[in-house]
Design a protein around this ligand. Structure first.
Ligand code: GLU
Length: 431
């Protein structure tokens, strides 16, 4: 799956890998090739120029994307990412994962993803605001609460969502906050949305430990990435008593075999910006974190972290993919050979979009749920999705892996909806 990219660097192309996974799942499930045809190409891919007046008075023009992959289940749904390394292929793959994720967890959305190619960490608040509003002005006509609903993703947050809601509402000349999810509570956000991806991942890890007969309260956890998802998951594990023995971010990692004090670590990160230098823990590198002996390894950073090169070093019993696409196909193969269960991203990180759905429902009704209701409904959805996929995998995917099972399960549901909508000429399955 490695392809040459334009600067000559080798890169694992996640679009190539995703298409081949989708094709394999369609074949294994005996689904009509028309299903693959529908999933192979996004329904719409838009590229826009976003001119931004910078603080020094100059104008910079950023490139923005929105990929609307498939809407057989409902409005396109998926995050908006600000990152300098975004490519058109990665956005397409990420939008495909959203389609698969929404289908898997049973929320009535299709898949989408957007991005602006930028180094937003080094931009000012005002520059980020102008850039976000410019993106909405360029793309507003294809967004909407019944059309396409962005949400937070890498380096975007509830403030960015509030700017989108505001700009979109002024274009529509009426408050229309349901156009995005992951908003601040003051403008129609949902309690628990910010923590939802980490919390969903925690529920799934708990179910996976049970399936593997690992006593959960004693499960040693290692987490790569200490942003929103990694830190919220870490907190929940620690609250339950699970020793979180290693955590890393771009500065490197920290390790303590007795378990790190996560509240103190969060405080340290708030003060210094990084996990590095946390007292009471040894320093490790990001590579060493992936190789730590533990029960559950949680990659919660970016794509392509566990690769053909380092997969043999992984000494966890279970990998729970909190990030999107952290494991390459070569690594998947190695982990399977080493009897390590990989709970795939489209299941493990679907807690975010699940609570986005709850937010959208509340916006539509003009009604608010309390935190206990949100968390209970999230737990129900995650536990149900895990058990459905896990038993499907155990029954139907002998010799294969849970990712293949999750893809098959999800695509079968998409095929059924395509069939009823009249998108397939000869039924859901091959004749
Ligand atoms: N960006 C998140 C994801 O990749 C959330 C998407 C959403 O809530 O729409 O799942």
């Amino acid at each position: 799956m490695s392809v040459e990219v334009k600067d000559g660097k080798k890169e694992d192309n996640i679009l190539v890998a995703t298409l081949s996974m989708i094709k394999q799942a369609v074949d294994l499930a005996g689904l009509s090739l028309e299903v693959y045809e529908h999933l192979r190409t996004p329904m719409r891919f838009v590229e826009v120029a976003v001119p931004v007046e910078m603080e020094d008075g100059s104008t910079r023009v950023f490139t923005g994307y929105r990929c609307q992959h498939n809407n057989v289940f409902g409005p396109y749904k998926g995050g908006l990412r600000y990152h300098p390394d975004v490519t058109t292929d990665s956005i397409k793959a990420l939008s495909m994962w959203m389609t698969l994720k929404c289908s898997l967890v049973g929320v009535p959305f299709g898949g989408g993803k957007g991005a602006i190619v930028c180094d937003s960490q080094n931009m000012t608040h005002k520059e980020r605001e102008r850039m976000t509003r410019g993106y909405v002005r360029a793309l507003g006509s294809i967004l909407g609460p019944e059309t396409d609903i962005p949400a937070p993703d890498v380096f975007t947050d509830s403030q960015v969502m509030a700017w989108i809601a505001d700009e979109y509402s002024s274009i529509m000349r009426e408050p229309s906050f349901g156009v995005v999810t992951g908003k601040p509570l003051a403008v129609g956000g949902c309690v628990g949305r910010n923590e939802a991806t980490g919390r969903g991942c925690y529920f799934v890890a708990k179910e996976a430990a049970q399936a593997f007969k690992i006593p959960f309260e004693k499960a040693r956890i290692a987490i790569q990435g200490f942003g929103n998802v990694g830190s919220n998951a870490a907190l929940l594990f620690a609250e339950k008593g699970c020793p979180v023995i290693a955590v890393s971010d771009i500065s490197g990692g920290v390790y303590n075999k007795e378990g790190l004090d996560i509240l103190k670590l969060i405080d340290h990160v708030e003060r210094t910006g990084y996990v590095k230098g946390f007292p009471g823990a040894g320093a490790i590198s990001n590579e060493e974190l992936l190789a730590v002996e533990c029960d559950i390894l949680i990659p919660a950073a970016l794509e392509n972290q566990i690769t053909g090169k380092n997969a043999n070093d992984v000494r966890a019993k279970i990998v729970v993919e909190a990030a999107n696409g952290p494991t390459t196909p070569e690594a998947d193969q190695i982990l399977k050979e080493n009897d390590i269960l990989v709970v795939p991203d489209i299941l493990a990180n679907s807690g975010g979009v699940t609570v986005s759905y709850f937010e959208w429902v509340q916006n539509n009704y003009g009604f608010r749920w309390d935190l206990a209701t949100v968390n209970r409904r999230l737990e129900e959805k995650m536990v149900e999705a895990f058990n459905m996929v896990y038993s499907f995998y155990c029954e139907k995917c002998i010799g294969s892996d849970m990712r293949t099972g999750a893809y098959m399960y999800s695509i079968q549901r998409l095929a059924e909806a395509m069939h009823y909508r009249g998108w397939l000429r000869n039924g859901t399955h091959r004749q």
